[in-house]
Design a protein around this ligand. Sequence first.
Ligand SMILES: [Zn+2]
Length: 330
Amino acid sequence: MMRLRRLRVVVAVLAVAGLLVSLLSSNSGAQSEYLGGVGMPYDAFERLPKTELQVGGGIVQVAFAPGRVDLPTETVLGWVKRSAEAVTVYYGRFPIKKVKLLIVPVGGKGVQGGTTWGYRGGAIRMKLGSDATEADLLRDWVMVHEMVHLALPDLIDRFSWLSEGLAVYVEPIARVQAGHLSAPDVWWSLMRGMPNGMPRGDDGGLDNTSSWGRTYWGGAIFCLIADLEIRKRTNNKFGLQDAMRGVLAAGGNHEVRSWSIEKVLKTADAATGVDVMMRLYEKMGPQSMDPDLPGIWQKLGLSVRDGRIEIDETAPWASLRSSVMKTPTL
Ligand SMILES: [Zn+2]
């Protein structure tokens, strides 16, 4: 008796919830179902029609939330595919078997931000301006950035600097390797961006500082130093790219939540045979370290004159610099 009554209450609640959902989706508030809340709207995604793109041995399942997008669907799908191909070139394969990609049309221009999750299967939500143009999609970096997140275990917030730093550092390099950007342009953008990641005031190291600059660009500085150090220690045979491919090969993708940062870094180090990432983490993670960015640019042979980047092929680390942007042959 009691059980039956409880069941009726549940049914009534579900009916009201269903009514609310249909009310929301019947007016301009439709996006709230796809943009509200803190997580990926997995259930809402499942109700939408999907297109499957096969890239790098993986599947990108694309669905559009209701709303206006002026661009043809083919153009939007082309952007997704091109981005997935860049990530595939960097990692040697698409990072996970299947990712759910929800494109949510929002007002305005361009690509307006993305978020990646892994807790119920790899998923990305991308906000796309209704007035976005093809040129916006051709120069977009957000889609590649989010897809790079798929290639690292889901770490706790304290270590966001590693996932964001990798995304900031790997995204433009992947696009160079895929032929979408030029290496000098990317070096110049790294030279402009990285000063944002320098420690300031009473910085407590990357683990203990959650500012935007330290999280995104501080993490990217960690990646650059690790990349160069691995190359120096292995006679330029391996780099960060090989290290991160090793993490993926060991099963460390974004659907994995149980890995510690130590496990990630030790797995990365095992792939290159040198303990660079773990050692660098000890210096830059729990405590603050002041990296010598101008010294690094100089050794790499990079300088800026009259608003243009100049490259010195006789610089001591010139061969490391060109290897960073090259796809490994193995
Ligand atoms: Zn990110």
